[in-house]
Ligand binder design. Structure first.
Ligand SMILES: C[S@@+](CC[C@H](N)C(=O)[O-])C[C@H]1O[C@@H](n2cnc3c(N)ncnc32)[C@H](O)[C@@H]1O
Length: 209
């Protein structure tokens, strides 16, 4: 979760990640490394909009607003929704949605285009909320399948927790659903820095290397 107390915290986390990469060490990435994944996926797919499921306090939401033409962010817990809404109040390209990602994705995906979807809406302890299941990623992927033409990429956060936390599907189940909903070779799938990343290949394959 992303809850920095000062601007120095994410910068320090990013520097630690760089140091781990240089050492060739395994590491649990910090928030700016994960943001960098999202921005790489944006560059690769040409995404212009993003849907974030799970706003938490809106820290990532506000960062995303600097890079995408439009940001939709969905949060189920009313107090966190209010905090995220307040944090993003000055960002005219952010629309906050209060509710369960599963229901709001159904409303949003027919309306977006060239959209990257960041699935990060799950119970995370403390003040966080949840819908009818702790980690609804499989149901969310089935919803995305209905409007896949509008979607160019999907990023599922917290790879390490799948099959580990209670009520979370296994890693292999998530990958199988990603491959089923977004079949290769039109889509390509990878796992890097604690995220499943699925991206639509460009028609000419020009960005697929
Ligand atoms: C890991 S945090 C999100 C972190 C955030 N994306 C960030 O980068 O700062 C997960 C959030 O998802 C919310 N959540 C849990 N289940 C949800 C659901 N079904 N729909 C929408 N949000 C949900 C939780 O209340 C929590 O705030």
């Amino acid at each position: 979760m992303n809850d920095p107390k000062t601007i120095l915290e994410p910068i320090a986390g990013f520097l630690l990640d760089i140091s781990a990469k240089l050492r060739g060490d395994f590491f649990n990435p910090h928030s700016l490394t994960k943001l960098q994944n999202l921005l790489r996926a944006k560059a690769y797919t040409g995404a212009t909009s993003i849907i974030e499921v799970g706003s938490f306090r809106g820290v990532t939401t506000r960062r995303l607003a600097r890079f995408f033409q439009h940001v939709h962010s969905i949060e189920i817990e009313p107090a966190l929704f209010a905090e995220a809404q307040h944090r993003c109040a000055a960002c005219k390209n952010v629309t906050m949605h209060l509710g369960d990602g599963k229901h709001i994705l159904k409303e949003l995906t027919p309306k977006v285009s060239r959209c990257l979807v960041f699935l990060d809406g799950h119970f995370s302890g403390g003040i966080t909320g949840q819908g009818d299941e702790p980690e609804p990623v499989l149901a969310e992927l089935d919803i995305l399948a209905r409007d896949l033409d509008n979607i160019v990429g999907v990023v599922v956060d917290d790879f390490r927790m799948f099959g580990f936390d209670k009520g979370w599907p296994r890693k292999s189940e998530v990958m199988a659903r990603l491959e089923y909903v977004m079949p290769e070779p039109e889509w390509q799938h990878t796992v890097i820095y604690d995220q499943f990343i699925s991206m639509r290949r460009s028609p000419a394959g020009s960005r697929s290397k």
